[in-house]
Design a protein around this ligand. Structure first.
Ligand code: ADP
Length: 470
């Protein structure tokens, strides 16, 4: 194959005529029976050009076009200019044509056409958004299907292929389709699958997640498993919550994302906007369901929490990092603990992170735009401490206990929260032998302080190090 230009360019008139094209695109146009000055005959690219022209904005997305010998994966950007659309194509990759007897060539359209296997969709955090039964027996969901909102990696154990490679990792890092990734269920390694998937993008080319199929391997006759009658206990409540709320919500979010990404074809921009609103309302409800599930778990008499050595400074940095985008949205600068700071404490890693995400998230939400949020650590009376301080209106002395009550939002009725975050955070802190308190003058910003037991072992090491430095 001759070397291709890094960017392959073409230009199409408003009425769909190919005005100019670099060699590989021109060859494809000729193969499709067209030429320069004739109607652009590569339907997948013509559709992107039409969409950009109609919306009046640049659109970029991955496209697969077919030639006689190859399928060609490429990334295309269509930019409307006066009376024409300019196409820039990068990442031109040729691969053998998919044949029905060999599913190693599966891509987006092929995947949609294959009836076996069940369907899954994950967001950019690789959390399940939706799972759906396929069309036949092989498409049946496993007895314990993935729970929407739960991590992909806690459901599937991924396995390397003969070359020691993982198709899914290659796919994810290059934001491309992948096929034949071998995986088994975490809960049942005997149940093996081939996973195939393709990326979902929004109009601006932003990755929304992946959608794909799971094909069951080595399954002789699938035996439908009959679930034992659910005991009416609090565990069953959690499962019911998943089935009756998380799963349908996951589907609503996934479908709204699909509509707003205009995967099924161009839409009027106000409809795409409604779909975005639906997806964001769905995500808000999903967060509420998560809070309710937490609430349900921590209010159980047998609720336990791990006690492990953690570093509050490290957790502060991680929580601040997780909220970077949210902070940027409001032009808020989060000052995290310095990289060399270590404050050893005892608690459960993910629960401490959850508390800090809640406290820093509130500081960003309730602080004024363009302000600062400080995350500072220290030691006090045999306890480890991390404080989150914002520059918002603060919390008056009369409200400092009240805001830790369930559903208390101090009269706020914005869409942003549920009033459960602080209740859950304090319950978690206390279950770890610590607490959360509020300081700061009313009207001068809020200061939330999380204390946890000092981790004696690493605390001693830390103190010795500090003394050595003195
Ligand atoms: P949510 O933020 O979901 O409403 P929380 O339990 O996290 O629920 O917080 C309860 C209420 O406490 C909030 O609605 C808000 O009125 C108040 N609050 C929390 N953090 C702050 C803060 N940093 N500054 C001002 N008010 C706050």
């Amino acid at each position: 194959m001759p070397t291709l230009p890094a960017i392959i360019q073409a230009s199409i008139s408003a009425d769909g005529i190919l005005l100019s094209a670099d060699e590989p695109l021109l060859a494809l146009q000729r193969e499709a029976g067209g030429d320069l000055g004739e109607r652009f005959a590569i339907p997948q690219l013509a559709a992107v050009a039409r969409l950009a022209m109609k919306l009046g904005v640049a659109v970029s997305r991955p496209v697969t076009a077919a030639s006689a010998r190859h399928d060609i994966d490429m990334w295309v950007r269509a930019k409307p200019e006066s009376q024409a659309v300019h196409l820039s194509v990068i990442d031109w990759q040729e691969r053998p044509v998919f044949s029905a007897s060999n599913n190693s060539g599966l891509l987006e359209a092929d995947l949609a056409a294959v009836s076996d296997g069940w369907n899954w969709q994950v967001d950019t955090q690789l959390r399940f958004q939706m799972v759906l039964e396929g069309g036949d027996l092989d498409g049946a969901l496993p007895a314990q299907p993935p729970v929407p909102g739960s991590p992909f990696s806690s459901y599937f154990q991924l396995q390397v292929d003969e070359d020691g490679d993982m198709a899914i990792l290659r796919g994810f890092t290059q934001r491309r389709a992948f096929r034949n990734q071998l995986a088994c269920l975490m809960t049942d390694p005997a149940r093996r699958f081939h996973l195939s998937g393709f990326p979902l993008f929004d109009l601006t080319g932003q990755l929304l997640g992946y959608r794909g199929k799971a094909f069951a391997l080595d399954l002789a006759v699938p035996v439908p498993e009959i679930a034992p009658p659910a005991a009416v206990d609090s565990l069953a409540f959690g499962k019911r919550l998943d089935r009756s709320l998380r799963q349908p919500l996951g589907r609503i979010i996934a479908n709204a994302d699909t509509i707003s990404a205009q995967l099924e074809g161009p839409l009027r921009s106000d409809y795409a906007g409604y779909a975005l609103d639906i997806a964001s309302a769905g995500r808000h409800l999903m967060a509420l369901v998560d809070d309710l599930a937490d609430l349900q778990a921590i209010d159980r008499p047998d609720f336990t929490i791990a006690s492990e050595a953690v570093d509050l400074a490290d957790l502060g940095r991680r929580a601040a990092g997780l909220l970077g985008v949210k902070a940027l949205d409001r032009q808020i600068h989060v000052l995290a603990p310095a990289m060399d700071e270590i404050i050893p404490a005892r608690g459960e890693f993910r629960r401490v992170l959850q508390i800090l995400v809640n406290l820093i998230g509130n500081a960003i939400r309730y602080g004024p735009e363009g302000s600062e949020v400080r995350v500072e650590t220290g030691l006090e009376d045999g306890l480890s401490r991390i404080a989150v301080t914002d520059q918002g209106s603060g919390i008056g002395p009369d409200d400092r206990e009240r805001i830790f009550e369930k559903f208390e939002r101090l009269g706020r009725d914005d869409q942003g929260g549920s009033g459960l975050g602080l209740y859950i955070s304090r319950r978690l802190a206390r279950a770890m032998g610590g607490d959360i308190r509020i300081e700061g003058e009313a009207g001068q910003g809020a200061r939330f302080i999380l204390t946890l037991p000092l981790d004696e072992e690493s605390g001693r090491v830390g103190l010795e190090r500090e003394q050595a430095l003195d």
